[in-house]
Structure formats: C-alpha cells, structure tokens
Design a protein around this ligand. Structure first.
Ligand code: SAM
Length: 272
C-alpha cells in the first residue's frame, strides 16, 4: 500500500511519540519548515507527490491569513482568537496584527503539545499574545477559559480565525454547529475568518484519502457546506473564493501557478 507509512514509537521532546504524525507538523513540513519529525516529512512528501502544488497551497493559505488579519486590523479589530493556530512560522497572526496596531491582543489555541512548546518560546516576551492548549471543539471551554478571557474581551468586536482547521474536524463534530456557537458568542462587527479544503479537483480527492488514512483528518467539503459556515455574517468582498483571489496584494496574472489548488475561504462580518 503506497500510503502506508513506517511507524515506530520513539519518544521525542516533551513526551511526544515520534512514530505518530501530527497535523501541525505535517503542515510545517509541507510549508518547508523545520519543526517536524521524519514520519511527518514522509506524509508531506506523499502529499506533494499527489499535488505538486501542495507547498504553494500551504503558502497561499499563510498569505491569505496575513491579508485577512491585516484587513481586520485596518477595520479597527484589535483582538484576535486564532483557533488551530499551528506551529509558529513566518508572519504569525500577532506579528501582522501588532504591526498594524501595537496594542492588538492575540490568543492562539491549538491542541498539539509541540505547538504549545514552540509558541510559548516564540512569545515569551510579549504580554499581549498568548498560546493556550485547548480543543477547539469544546467551544464552551475556549470561550470561558480565564487564560483567554483575561486577554480578550468578548463584549467587544473580535477577529475569530478558523484558518485551515475546520477540515480537521469530523462531520460528527458538527463543524457548522460549532462555528455557530462561536459566532453567537461574538458581538456584531466581529469577523469570522475561515479557509477550508474544497472538493473541487481530482487531486483533492486523492489528497483527502492520503490525509484521512495517515492523519485521520483532512476532509474536503463542498463549496455549499463551506459557504454555510458563514451563516449570520455579511460577506466581505469578494466573498468565499479560491484563496489567491481573496483581495490579493497584486492582481493574479498567472492562474497556472495555482493549478490544482483546492482551498477556498474568506471573511464574514458578524451582523446585528
Ligand atoms: N491556522 C494555521 C494556518 O492556517 O496556517 C495552522 C493550520 S494547521 C493545517 C491546523 C492546526 O489545527 C494544527 O496545528 C492542529 O494541531 C490544529 N487542530 C486540529 N484539530 C484541533 C482541535 N480539535 N483543537 C485544537 N487545534 C486543532
């Protein structure tokens, strides 16, 4: 079986089993980062064999993350809750937000222990930024945790990021219901920022099979389902689109650079 990956249990730093891949580390490997183990790299390489543009796809996702955060900061948003934030890489949410507004506050939430370790090291000197280990599926916990509510005021507009994370939740987790719960906790004028794998290309199907069989998550959902996550929000132009087309800094002239890419996303402004 081509998708079978050799596994061996070896304990790495922080009690992490180096024989078990993690979403955060595979994503780091696809991005071309350094914070992953051999097993993660094997899956990343398989992903790039299925979709030669996978690294571009991951970088395009990081690029829209930056544009989206900058957009919100310029609209006056000064607090951000970044769910499923991943390992620190270039241009993290707090760097982008605090470049626009040095007082902006950012809480990162992830359930991967390595994200917590690396994140805390990166952010040690910044008292407006925090990394919290929590499961985003437990919205009540996330929305009431003192570690989070001390820094973010839910009575004021907030930017909620669910960037490349909802496709790591199962249908049984009811992602639409979960997004609704978060959205209902936000005051009008807040923003919902979502990117998600869309099942629009044959490579996407193959990639979904690889991710589900090795990581147990990575679901490609329909455009209609993904658009449905934005219920109760007013779309920010140009709506839910292929990521390179969301308010690019320079107009996209070479579509072929993004051939096969499947992620769509955008921002919605929470309504009264
Ligand atoms: N948001 C970042 C970005 O778009 O660049 C990172 C995306 S990465 C593909 C997905 C992240 O979601 C991983 O770091 C993973 O650990 C995290 N994640 C997946 N399921 C989660 C859950 N149930 N609770 C918290 N974090 C989760």
């Amino acid at each position: 079986d081509e998708t079978e990956v050799e596994t061996s249990s070896e304990w790495g730093p922080g009690g992490v089993d180096m024989g078990v891949p993690s979403v955060a580390r595979v994503y780091d490997a696809i991005l071309g980062g350094k914070d992953h183990f051999a097993i993660d790299r094997v899956i990343a390489e398989k992903a790039m064999a299925v979709m030669p543009n996978a690294r571009t796809g991951a970088r395009v996702n990081r690029a829209i993350l930056e544009r989206g955060v900058r957009y919100m900061a310029r609209e006056g948003i000064d607090q951000f809750l970044d769910l499923g934030s991943g390992l620190p890489t270039a241009r993290n949410t707090h760097e982008v937000a605090q470049q626009e507004n040095p007082h902006a506050r950012v809480v990162y939430v992830d359930n991967d222990p390595i994200v917590l370790a690396h994140g805390r090291a990166l952010l040690a000197e910044n008292d407006r930024t925090r990394v919290v280990n929590a499961d985003v599926r437990d919205a009540r916990d996330v929305l009431t945790r003192p570690e989070i509510t001390e820094l973010l005021d839910l009575k004021r507009p907030l930017g909620l990021l669910m960037v490349a994370v909802l496709h790591h939740l199962a249908d049984a987790d009811d992602p639409a219901g979960l997004v609704r719960t978060y959205r209902e906790a936000l005051v009008p004028g807040s923003y919902l920022f979502i990117t998600h794998f869309c099942d629009s290309t044959p490579e996407g199907r193959e990639l979904e099979h690889l991710f589900l069989s090795t990581l147990g998550s990575g679901r490609f959902r329909s455009r209609a389902t993904i658009e449905g996550f934005f219920a109760g929000t007013e779309p920010v132009e140009p709506g839910v689109v292929l990521l390179p087309h969301w308010r690019p800094d320079t107009p996209v002239t070479d579509e072929s650079a993004y051939a096969g890419l499947t992620m769509i996303g955008g921002l919605g402004r929470v309504q009264e």
